[in-house]
Design a protein around this ligand. Structure first.
Ligand code: NDP
Length: 607
């Protein structure tokens, strides 16, 4: 590809401009920093358990299970589904999917709010399109199309057989004599599994802001990931007729808020949007899939496109950008948070200067778009983001900013007060002003980065009863992020000591394929145990730490959010620094040369 930077840097701001911009960003960050950091949020549990209740599937009673399966896959989102599909393809008959939700789909099961769409191109995001025999209807697919695709995967690979839903693991205990896991659940199950794969997601538990008085509000309220269509009327396509006579508050203007606000703003009698930090809102340009293009696709097209997208956003050298959208035009900026290939010709200082200039240009364009779209200059000013591009998940919409030109929509700036000041029985207070509303919708996001295994909500007892959290007391130690010594036959999907990308489903897909290859190799070798040596996991942990890309300063300068643990910063050795493409190469080579090192045959597979 051509160098995008050389012809644009001439238009970049001067050094003085950059100094002024840095000062402005720092002032805006300081306005929002709260001493309680991530402690400001409340779990949707206990007295707030109502916010996590499943509104989509009625509760079904069932008998407790005491049976045995060869593989248990925990989590029926795309990570779990693709793993299960690949294992099925590899000939594993005894396979159980488990999820807390009432069906498959993971995030797409829960998030059914009006306007829900994927912000990554569906041709690279939705997995197994060719295997299922479909091409998405939209370039950026609506959530319902994605959820139905998850169901189609489960049907195509016969994954509903033996699946259990509305079920949460309460304990995993390794039985060394039988060489299998004992799985206890909140449904009284005590089942057994030779292998357990956890893919329990990193953005699944809804969180609420710890606003003083939040419990005193007497109107209607819910979280976007548990949308109450019984109250609002309508569907994920909109038409929220139940709101026609209602005053509604939407709290939160992240990726979800961007998609919800245009619908609520159009349909409610009046909408108050409470904004603490504005999102970047770039062009979306969604469109229906061209049927001629779909008909022209040849076998292997999806993998080629996915690999190309991953390579482009990871900064790899490629000849062509097949997707050409808001993600593939900004790899240099994304690298600040999600690492990838670095240009060896530049020193870290030169790279930082170049990235900062590009960032300033991009953010100027984002701010100019606000001016171009929003009629009232005072409102436009409040909607302008003042931080570097990757401090928050970049946003895309062609309807969000336009909503603030409506008479029945009010933007409330809550930045100065660390968010909303308090809630009363009848409304929301910011500073000294109370906004009376009938309904409060929390678009306030999710607890982040906490798979059940890591947070301890899914206690894992390995060999000798040692818990995984005890084993990781001085930090996680894994081989490639998948497994740990002392915890045989337990595989974890996720970004930890593994790879990351804005298209995380692609990462999950690669992980699923790797796990299927390892389990298949174990079966072929007659090995009952898959477990890395202490030395191998120590070496991998060291490699992840030594190859980490230093973005500590970038994070410290960012406006607070979940990307930087609300201003505290996040260890940058969480994922493999050289990026997902290089990580994939590492895994491929490892499968060729070292896979048998994790297999132990003294316990034979008997399935
Ligand atoms: P976010 O965590 O990104 O946003 C939460 C919002 O709530 C922020 O605007 C936050 O403000 C605001 N907020 C929190 N507390 C308060 C408070 N006390 N007062 C006022 N405002 C408050 O959650 P989202 O659900 O929007 O997105 C989460 C993630 O889900 C995304 O980053 C993305 O990864 C994923 N997602 C992906 C989509 C896709 O299409 N693939 C679509 C939607 C979501 P502040 O920024 O100041 O903290």
């Amino acid at each position: 590809m051509t160098d995008r930077t050389s012809d644009t840097l001439d238009l970049a701001p001067s050094a003085d401009d950059l100094d002024a911009l840095r000062d402005k960003y720092a002032a805006e960050r300081d306005r929002r920093l709260r001493p309680d950091g991530a402690g400001q949020y409340r779990r949707a549990a206990g007295e707030f358990g109502y916010y996590a209740k499943d509104p989509y599937t009625p509760w079904t009673e069932r008998q407790a299970l005491t049976d045995r399966v060869e593989v248990l896959v925990v989590g029926a989102g795309f990570g779990g589904l693709v793993t299960a599909a690949r294992l099925r393809q590899a000939g594993i008959d005894s396979l159980r999917l488990m999820d807390e939700a009432g069906d498959v789909g993971g995030t797409w099961y829960w998030n059914r709010y009006p306007g829900v769409h994927c912000d990554i191109e569906s041709y690279v995001y939705m997995p197994l399109l060719e295997e299922v025999g479909t091409v998405p209807e939209w370039r950026y697919a609506p959530g319902e199309e994605i959820r139905r695709h998850a169901v189609a995967i489960a049907e195509a690979f016969d994954l509903y057989r033996d699946a259990v839903f509305q079920t949460r693991i309460t304990e995993l205990t390794w039985d060394d004599d039988a060489a299998e896991w004992i799985v206890n659940t909140d449904r009284g199950d005590r089942m057994r599994a030779r292998f357990v794969v956890t893919s329990s997601g990193t953005l699944s538990q809804p969180k609420l802001p710890g606003i003083p008085g939040i419990e005193s509000f007497r109107g209607h309220t819910f979280h976007t990931s548990r949308w109450d269509y019984g109250y609002t009327g309508g569907t994920p396509d909109g038409d929220l007729t139940g709101l026609a006579d209602k005053k509604v508050a939407v709290i939160g203007t992240g990726a979800t808020g961007l998609q919800v606000v245009p619908h609520v703003g159009r349909d409610a009698q009046h909408t108050f949007v409470f904004q603490r930090t504005p999102s970047t809102v770039d062009v979306r340009d969604n469109r229906r899939t061209d049927p001629d293009w779909a008909a022209s696709l040849r076998p292997g097209w999806q993998k080629k496109r996915q690999d190309n997208f991953l390579a482009v956003v990871s900064g790899e050298d490629v000849d062509v950008d097949l997707t050409q959208d808001g993600w593939t035009s900004t790899p240099d900026l994304q690298r600040a948070m999600i690492t990838g290939k670095l240009d060896p010709a530049l020193t870290p200082q030169e790279r930082e200067r170049r990235d900062e200039l590009l960032d300033a240009q991009k953010m100027d364009a984002i701010r100019a778009r606000v001016d171009a779209v929003v009629d009232d200059p005072t409102i436009a000013e409040v909607l302008k983001p003042w931080y570097r591009y990757m401090c928050k998940r970049p946003g895309f919409s062609d309807t969000y900013l336009q909503t603030f030109n409506r008479e029945n929509v009010t933007l409330v700036d809550a930045a100065d007060h660390g968010g909303i000041t308090r809630m009363t029985e009848t409304g929301i207070v910011v500073g000294d002003t109370e906004y009376e509303v009938d309904c409060v919708i929390f678009a306030t996001g999710f607890e982040v980065g906490v798979s059940g295994v890591l947070s301890g909500t899914m206690p894992v007892h390995g060999r000798d009863g040692r818990t995984l959290l005890e084993a990781w007391a001085r930090g996680p130690e894994t081989l490639h992020g998948f497994y740990s010594h002392g915890f045989p036959n337990l595989f974890q999907l996720g970004a930890l000591q593994n790879a990351n990308s804005v298209n995380f489903v692609h990462i999950l897909q690669d992980q699923a394929e790797h796990i299927a290859a390892v389990v298949t190799a174990a079966r072929q070798a007659g090995a009952g145990i898959v477990e890395p040596s202490e030395e191998a996991q120590r070496e991998w942990t060291r490699e992840v730490q030594e190859s980490a890309f230093d973005n500590e300063q970038f994070q410290a300068d960012c406006t607070p959010g979940y990307y930087n643990s609300e201003g505290k910063g996040r260890p940058n050795d969480f994922t493999y620094g050289p990026g997902p493409v290089e990580f994939h190469r590492v895994l491929e080579a490892w499968r060729e040369e070292h896979l048998d090192e994790v297999l132990r045959v003294e316990t034979e597979v008997c399935s």
